[in-house]
Design a binder for this molecule. Sequence first.
Ligand code: GLV
Ligand code: MN
Ligand code: MN
Ligand code: MN
Length: 400
Amino acid sequence: MTSFQEMWAELLPVGRSASSGGYRRFAWNTADAECRAWFEQQARSRGLTYELDRNGNQWAWLGDPRGQGAIVTGSHLDSVPDGGAFDGPLGVVSSFAALDELRSRDAELTKPLAIVNFGDEEGARFGVACIGSRLTAGVLGRDQAYELRDADGVRLPDAMEKAGYDPTAIGADDDRLSRIGAFVELHVEQGRYLTEEHPVGVASAIWPHGRWRFDFHGEANHAGTTRIEDRRDPMLTYANTVLSARKKAKLAGALATFGKVAVEPNGTNAIASLIRGWLDSRAADEATLERVVEEIRQAAYERGERDGVRVELTRESYTPVVDFDGPLRDRLAKRLGNVPVLPTGAGHDAGILASAIPTAMLFVRNPSGVSHSPAEYAEEADCLAGVAALADVLEDLACQ
Ligand code: GLV
Ligand code: MN
Ligand code: MN
Ligand code: MN
């Protein structure tokens, strides 16, 4: 049996970039395969039943995988580009450590217990987050998934197949979900919202959020000879839209981020012909989110008219507000000694599953609040407090 620290040390080098120190574990790439092999090995070395579901999510079962009312925990092992070590892996490693803790307590489980590694939570490769859980819950259809492509034009099913997985059966997995009594995901907190005296908290809600792609169509031309008045430069429209997004979001108490951009033809001495900018926007409620995105759209279109640039907007994904199961949330908070209950702006597989089954989340303190960055960090003592909390919660749910 490997301890929390040993498991952590095993995963730490996998997919880590030597230049940035961040992780590049993207769906179906080599680093992802190494993480998956690690998961399978952890399951088998503990004598758990290892299972791969139709959507490429990995499961490790203590007890009967076909039993009713299973208690499931876990998270994901993939990362954003140059992500941190904790977002995702902390939940998976803590799950194995909590299961070990339950065994050492001789806890008498009355329900099957499972650990899951959901595939492609971050959506770094195919643009849609939480693909594994969305497919399972049926909120991403098989046909839609088949159309997803990465930046090199590789289709999702082809990437899956190349990695040795069968994509033909992907789709909603109602049967699996019907056998789950509750899902609890432990995750590093991502915004400095846990206070000094509390290393662990419980999630109340996830802000509604989505991804929108702006295409700014201009005209390629020579940087040295094209008169200012003759230019149709999409870079101007894009830059202005970024500034508007910041202003509109701030006024509304929402968030709007352009973190990814693609430029064509991407030459220093050529005016761009096309800029693609991806907007990630989030707010406490759906009406505010819709209003902010509409205001950003209007600002982009107005500016585009001035610049002679045609603007197109495509919504690539959307996750409505998630209110986690009230009784489950209260039960966890009480079991852990009335710890803080807090919302988050980050998306999670737990948020996707919440529409189908009772779902809750535990957060482990993040002293700097930095996440989706190589600097993401949590103290080891806090991580171990998270493991103990998860074990307590699982024992409460699986032994009743
Ligand atoms: C995923 O972590 C997200 O919230 O974007
Ligand atoms: Mn993340
Ligand atoms: Mn995550
Ligand atoms: Mn996430």
